[in-house]
Design a protein around this ligand. Structure first.
Ligand SMILES: NC(=O)c1ccc[n+]([C@@H]2O[C@H](COP(=O)([O-])OP(=O)(O)OC[C@H]3O[C@@H](n4cnc5c(N)ncnc54)[C@H](OP(=O)(O)O)[C@@H]3O)[C@@H](O)[C@H]2O)c1
Length: 347
């Protein structure tokens, strides 16, 4: 395993982070335990979760993933082996069953969310606490171009950062991060932290994969210049970059077969065509499509960790193994050639 610090922090994490969002929905607690045990054996020391998980989120199931992780900590006595990240949701009237219609990133919601997460996770601190998505109209969850609306609600980044900074000072959280953010959002968090003496964000958890490289446009530069690390999520574009959906295939029990209504983002437009081109290139190079796709993410200069997800143990083994794969300059050039044709198919 390779380890690096996240941004300007002292958190030394494995470059492969264990994603958890299938546990409690596609995976049982027993299967989750097997994944966590195996990941630790392989040198992974970084888990990412959220109060919202598992996905797709529903009223009866949300919080299950954190509960499973908490049960594993208790059974194994292994909290100290893991750098643990979780998240509080941003404003979402559609998820009113989480703290009501006004479930925005204000002090009361953040405090209540963290208390619930700590209880379920059976721990008294988080290493990283992330705002799951912004409290404002911005480009995230499938949006590429910003469209201003004069009726849009405004955000309160300063109030959110102030509330979360108190949690750091109280010792309940070690570091703060953002997720599904834009370059403007990242800079705003950094500027407010500096001018108001609040906690600096150390990470941004955004989607990043061969079919979604929009992060490179504005955010990658901010990461380098401001020492913020990318925690890349959905590096296989929900499985599309494993090749399993090529030629119209819809494998039984696979995420995009089971929940196609929730996740059209990865089956839309040019995404499948782009994925098929990358998947063919990988096979031509003697790699599996998933290996090439994950190794590509692992090699990015602005990456702090690649958050992999799996529903099967053989998938998890293949994904973790990619830390040992290095893509040559020649192969990277061929990847750029496909990127030039299908530039941002799945933002
Ligand atoms: N901050 C956010 O908003 C956000 C959003 C999404 C994810 N995340 C985080 O990122 C983690 C990873 O995201 P993700 O699950 O979307 O990642 P992903 O790599 O895009 O998709 C993972 C899924 O692809 C399939 N798969 C994985 N490895 C495979 C392989 N080797 N061969 C074939 N199929 C394979 C599995 O689903 P099937 O078996 O069902 O096909 C697996 O659950 C999550 O667990 C979560 O921690 C964060």
């Amino acid at each position: 395993m390779i380890y690096n610090k996240i941004g300007s922090s002292d958190l030394k994490v494995s470059r492969i982070c264990l994603g958890t969002m299938t546990w409690g929905e596609q995976n049982t607690q027993e299967e989750a335990f097997e994944q966590m045990d195996y990941a630790i054996e392989q040198g992974i020391n970084f888990f990412d979760t959220a109060e919202l998980y598992p996905v797709p989120p529903t009223e009866p199931t949300y919080t299950r993933t954190e509960t499973i992780i908490g049960n594993w900590f208790k059974t194994r006595g292994s909290r100290d082996k893991v750098i643990l990240a979780s998240k509080v949701i941003g404003r979402s009237p559609g998820l009113h069953w989480i703290r009501g219609e006004n479930n925005c990133l204000d002090e009361a919601n953040i405090e209540e969310a963290l208390a619930g997460s700590l209880k379920r996770l059976q721990t008294d601190y988080l290493d990283l606490y992330q705002f799951h998505w912004p409290d404002r109209n911005a480009n995230f969850f499938g949006k590429l171009g910003f469209r201003y609306s004069k009726d849009e609600y405004w955000d309160k980044i300063e109030a959110s950062l102030e509330a979360a900074s108190k949690l750091v000072r109280a010792g309940k959280v070690r570091y703060l991060g953002i997720s599904n953010e834009t370059a403007w959002g990242m800079m705003k968090f950094l500027e407010i932290a500096k001018s108001k003496g609040l906690e600096k964000i150390i990470s941004i958890q955004n989607p990043y994969s061969l079919v979604n490289r929009s992060f490179e446009v504005g955010c990658a530069e901010v990461c380098h210049r401001e020492q913020v690390g990318l925690l890349a999520y959905s590096p296989l574009a929900f499985g599309v970059l494993s090749g399993k959906y090529d030629n119209g295939a819809r494998p039984e029990k696979a995420r995009l077969t089971l929940y196609s209504n929730h996740f059209s983002r990865y089956l839309a437009g040019q995404t499948l065509k782009a994925a098929e081109a990358y998947n063919a290139l990988a096979r031509d190079q003697g790699l599996s499509p998933a290996q090439m796709a994950l190794a590509f993410v692992n090699q990015r200069s602005f990456l702090a960790a690649n958050i992999v997800g799996a529903t099967q143990m053989d998938q998890l083994k293949e994904n973790i193994e990619t830390i040992n794969i290095h893509l040559s300059d020649d192969l990277l050039k061929k990847i750029e050639d496909i990127h030039d044709i299908y530039t941002y198919p799945a933002p």
